[in-house]
Design a binder for this molecule. Structure first.
Ligand SMILES: Cc1cc2nc3c(=O)[nH]c(=O)nc-3n(C[C@H](O)[C@H](O)[C@H](O)COP(=O)(O)OP(=O)(O)OC[C@H]3O[C@@H](n4cnc5c(N)ncnc54)[C@H](O)[C@@H]3O)c2cc1C
Length: 413
């Protein structure tokens, strides 16, 4: 490791970005025998500063299997992870409603709500067990060609060498820019407001989403029976107001918008706001750089799939590298092509599905509202269609890497 740290011997893979996707990829590649440098501009990810982390994610069973294979899931505080067994979605502009129940698919859970801090804790604890992973703090500023590899120049004048780079550096990926990969872009006018709230009545382990004229409002169950993580997609002006207004006004407004489905909102955390964007990289690799996670694709959070898709990127990329062998990283073009072939269609399907849902539910025309309400009602009675939708939402369908296949679901929880 010392020779690698001084730049004399190249790492097999430099992963830039130690968010959930990058850290998962690091664990999986280390398991596959690769020497990995995990580089991030921040030395420590922010700790929780509220009773529950404001960044929480709905994870599919497939993601849980990937995180288990990475060694992270068993190292997380599982008392802070909420499995949910039901999901209800309804339209504010009508009576259309669809619900999903894990038991109808002979499963105990549809998914899990987990905090970002808990996920990163599990991942970094798993990374500590791998002597093949070096954690490096620094912002990547430039890339220079090296024999059978690439030189990463970091802030502060340091550098390191790697055969290839996995850019897991998020939606505004500086590495994607450095190698000139372009994006297909669609704009949303919505922003998402996130908060954690305590409600009068228990959530019962059900994830709920109500589609309003300005965007969907989701209440996702946290481990405490009366706490939910809220994601409210709404107009930019309304999001700015929701973040700035006093707690009592926000609680009252939120309760009304959710039709008091869980009674009154009796407590709210502070709020955070995120602009919502749709982005897809026109290619997933250039030269020796390959994209995974939000650097490759960015989707509306209404289906809670961005991170799940990113974890599948990490698992497929690790599988492609493991199957090809470390030596293949000297000339990675064929390997990167295989990775992109396996991911692009799957990712595009999810990008299109979330985009269409968002636009369909935002459509104000009464005829469209009638159609989508009728569609929701009809679909709710079609057992087979619902089962198909559910298996996609749970990450059980499509071209899955071995570690994400449902057969691995022997573990309870
Ligand atoms: C409101 C909202 C709700 C969401 N809910 C869900 C959900 O329920 N389920 C779900 O699956 N997804 C959800 N998502 C999507 C999810 O948040 C993202 O897909 C996921 O966080 C992306 O992770 P990542 O690791 O790719 O990127 P990031 O988490 O953005 O990590 C990127 C890392 O790269 C580092 N970095 C950047 N540039 C450099 C550089 N030059 N040098 C070194 N390091 C660098 C950063 O410091 C950072 O640590 C939601 C998104 C939003 C906005």
């Amino acid at each position: 490791m010392a020779a690698r740290a001084t730049g004399m011997i190249p790492y097999d893979v430099a992963i830039v970005g130690s968010g959930v996707v990058g850290a998962t990829l690091a664990c999986l590649l280390a398991e596959a025998g690769c020497h990995v440098a995990l580089v991030d501009g921040i030395a420590r990810h922010p700790a929780r500063d509220e009773p529950w982390d404001l960044r929480t994610f709905s994870l599919t069973p497939a993601s849980r299997r990937i995180l288990t294979a990475a060694g992270a899931w068993p190292r997380m505080d599982l008392a802070r992870v909420a499995p949910y067994h039901g999901m209800q979605v309804w339209d504010a502009a009508g009576s259309g409603m669809i619900d999903f129940d894990a038991a109808a698919n002979a499963r105990s859970t549809l998914g899990y709500i987990a905090e970002q801090s808990n996920l990163l804790h599990g991942l970094f604890a798993a990374l500590q067990t791998h002597s093949r992973v070096a954690l490096i703090t620094g912002v990547v500023e430039t890339l220079l060609p090296a024999p059978d590899g690439v030189n990463l120049q970091l802030s502060g004048g340091r550098g390191l060498q790697a055969r290839v780079i996995a850019a897991c550096d998020g939606a505004d990926s500086p590495l994607r820019e450095l190698v000139g990969i372009e994006l297909e872009v669609r704009e949303y006018t919505q922003h998402a407001v996130v908060a954690n709230v305590r409600t009068e009545r228990p959530h019962g382990g059900i994830a709920r989403q109500r589609f309003l004229a300005d965007g969907p409002l989701a209440f996702l169950p946290l481990p405490d029976p009366q706490w939910c993580s809220v994601v409210w997609s709404t107009s930019e002006a309304h999001a700015a107001q929701a973040v700035a207004e006093d707690d009592a006004s926000f609680r009252a407004e939120l309760g009304d918008a959710f039709e008091h489905t869980l009674g009154a909102v009796v407590y709210t955390s502070r709020r955070l706001r995120f602009p919502l964007r749709w982005r897809h990289a026109t290619r997933y690799s250039a030269e020796r750089v390959v994209l995974a996670g939000d650097s490759a694709h960015l989707m509306h959070p209404l289906a809670g799939q961005g991170m799940n898709v990113g974890l599948l990127d990490a698992a497929v990329l690790a599988e492609c590298i493991a199957r090809a062998g470390r030596h293949a990283l000297r000339h990675p073009r064929a390997l990167f092509r295989r990775y992109e072939r396996r991911r692009r269609t799957e990712v595009l399907m999810m990008l299109e599905a979330t985009d269409r849902l968002c636009r369909l539910f935002a459509h104000p025309h009464p005829a469209i509202a009638w159609l989508r309400n009728t569609g929701l009602g009809l679909t709710n009675h079609m057992t087979l269609v619902k089962r198909l939708l559910m298996s996609h939402a749970m990450g059980d369908a499509g071209d899955l890497p071995d570690i994400a296949r449902p057969a691995r679901d022997a573990v309870p929880f």
